[in-house]
Write a protein that binds this ligand. Structure first.
Ligand code: XBP
Ligand code: MG
Length: 250
């Protein structure tokens, strides 16, 4: 029996990487008068490093004007990352990050059917609160039985730590849940915790291999293009479809 849907945030609920974090990082570089900028393509490469702070620190190693000591780089990365998160909040508040198609409707399906929902992400609680507060209102937290963020699970995806923690908090066996993710790292993290994972392709991971995914498709907002396929092309992916995929898991 499917008891809970576990939601990734970045790339899954909204295109937060391209339209949020990348824009906010570049704004922060600008405000710090730092000469480097990340292109859309470079940011895509950097997404191999999980965590915005860790990503920045990694990139600094190849940026000539960055501080030469590790302590210096960490201190600067911390300040830039803090400002990036402020600018990310501004972008969310300005309406730059709509929920991806089908997300809100699947939230409603779960609420109506009494299937619990949880958030499982490597971003911070502040960023999740900004995004979900903007879309679901001040009481967004009430919609979720558990919210596991970077502060709860410092070892980031693809490590399964965040998924293991959410299973403990929900007191639910992995096999009774489905995770919805967009990235190979998210798939690895969920799978390593024994959780079946549905992949909704996002801007930065349009065709990465997704071995062992329960289902993979372009968006929850369409029934076309999914594997395994769905009956009928009209409409969206509903809880009924997720239950069906879940019933076929090995
Ligand atoms: C998201 C991340 C995050 C965001 C940036 O991964 O890796 O680091 O890119 O957010 P997932 P922070 O979608 O798998 O949760 O700057 O807060 O890290
Ligand atoms: Mg993601």
């Amino acid at each position: 029996m499917l008891q809970a849907i576990l939601w990734d945030v970045d790339g899954t609920l909204a295109e937060t990487e391209r339209d949020g974090h990348l824009v906010a990082f570049n704004a922060a570089f600008d405000e710090f008068d730092i000469p480097w900028r990340w292109s859309e393509q470079r940011y895509g490469e950097l997404l191999r490093v999980a965590g915005g702070f860790e990503r920045l620190l990694f990139d600094m190693e190849s940026q000539p004007p960055a501080p030469t000591t590790m302590d210096g780089r960490r201190a600067l990365a911390q300040r830039i990352h803090e400002l990036k998160n402020k600018r990310y909040g501004d972008l969310v508040a300005g309406g730059a990050l709509p929920l991806r198609p089908g997300v809100r409707a699947l939230f409603a399906d779960c609420t109506e059917a009494g299937v619990r929902m949880a958030i499982v992400t490597t971003t911070s609680h502040g960023n999740v609160a900004a995004l979900l507060g903007a879309h679901l209102g001040a009481r967004w937290r009430d919609r979720f039985a558990a919210v596991v963020c970077a502060e709860d699970a410092p070892v980031k995806k693809p490590d399964p730590q965040a998924y293991r923690i959410v299973l403990e908090r929900l007191r639910t066996p992995a096999a009774a849940t489905v995770a919805i993710e967009d990235s190979p790292a998210g798939l690895k993290a969920g799978s390593a915790a024994g959780i079946p994972v549905v992949i909704t392709r996002s801007h930065y991971f349009p065709d990465s291999p997704v071995p062992g995914a329960l289902a993979v498709g372009p968006s929850l907002g369409t029934r076309a293009g999914w594997s395994p396929g769905l009956d009928g092309d009209a409409g969206r992916v509903g809880l009924i479809d997720i239950r069906q995929w879940h019933g076929t898991r090995r």
